[in-house]
Design a protein around this ligand. Sequence first.
Ligand SMILES: *Cc1c(COP(=O)(O)O)cnc(C)c1O
Ligand SMILES: [Zn+2]
Length: 501
Amino acid sequence: MKIDHFPGDVRGRLVPRPAGRMVYECLSCGKHHGIENLLYTCPDCGGVLLLIDLSFDRLKDTPPEAWHRIFDHRKMLNLPAIKGIYRYQELLGPVVPVESMVWLGEGHTPMVEAAPDLQKKAGVRFLYKNDGQNPSASFKDRGMASALSYIKHLLDQGYAEEILAVCASTGDTSASAALYASYLYPRVKSAVLLPKGKVTPAQLSQPLGSGAAVFEIPGVFDDCMKVVEALAENYNVALLNSKNAWRILGQESYSFEIAQDLDWDCKNLAVFVPIGNAGNITAVMSGFLKLFRLGIIRDLPKIVGVQSHHADPVYRYYLEPDEQKRVFAPVTVQPSTAQAAMIGNPVSMPRVIRVVRDYNELSGNKNVFVVQVTEQDIMDSMLTANRRGHIACTQGGECLAGLLAAVGQGIVTPEETAILDATAHALKFSGFQEMYFENRFPPEFGVIPKPELINRPQEAGPGDGAAVPAAGAPLSGEEFEVFVEKTSQEIARILDLAPLR
Ligand SMILES: *Cc1c(COP(=O)(O)O)cnc(C)c1O
Ligand SMILES: [Zn+2]
């Protein structure tokens, strides 16, 4: 819709303008640092940073109903810059001007009602939010759009001639980083570090296809991360890992979208998030907190983090009910099909601890939970969901397994509605499906295929002696007719089809 066709009260607010006073806040020493330089850790104490808007309270001058009208009308405005995460610019990057916003089609992923058969099985209403429908096929694009938009903003202001962006990744971060960086080529170039043999062929092909410099490093993700940190400490590079607070900020859009798609009514809602480095769950909670503080939503949804028993440091941390006694201890990870969440020492743990405390406090009760599921549950749940019209990755399977566990433990009740994060597209993790169908899981995963979930291609042909076509050697005439007739009869026999009368 053209801008002069909008109602007068929202017309002037549709195109966001730069505003706000954003700073990095250190979660260890509490100090603030200016955003004119790219920081990943506190220069004073090395602590983890969050981005905050010191003038956030100015947003309270706009009443909740007015915010609803602004965001709802923005849906109809054909301005590419705000078709993604920056529909909510005031909440997640008020300093970023429209000219610097990078939009490659990310955000506003569909929330799909789970198939009736699945809902019956779960005993509770639930929907999948398909974040695999982002451009690089994972939710990482939300944070990357935010980080690269800010980098573009710095470059546009003359901060540097060019920037080399680097990240370590279990796969999806590098795919996303390489995609967004390549869009800004030649001012931005990218290098990604991957744990050798620990990412799927699809995840390796993405950064290669985007033209990034790709390095395979011995070890697991946590080892790659240390190398990247050493690069960031000693060389002039922009770090795109979840240490980068701009990424966390962009991922808050996930919560804004859920709220908006539910017409800003978050009562009796439970949001399920798989936890790896814990950036995503931090962002999801922070997003809902912002909406709540501005009155844009009246209820804070329940948050349920899910971890595999093979990589569960956050789950273990919250097992201790007494906050004073909790001690964080990294774990040594075991192989996990939720490979993107296979992290023993989450970078964002200090953020989680802080935000969970705020979240429970503002909720007025314990409103954040972490459940643990097995590798078997993860695979069975992913395959079950996808056999009913969904496109969940293994982490999406982990969320469904988490929902079943949470319902079993009474954390989620039948009056509630759950939103499960399918964090990536099923295709990215098809290798695990193949291992399941072919019963090829190495024993350390502990996954035994269930016969009813296995699906294999069957061969069907015209039978012994009949001619068959081949590439470059087609059949013709009677031979071809025999081939078609016999093969179709064979398929009809296998499927037990009734003939037409
Ligand atoms: C990164 C990732 C996760 C884990 O998110 P964190 O922010 O690291 O907790 C889960 N699923 C997929 C598909 C991912 O790419
Ligand atoms: Zn500090």
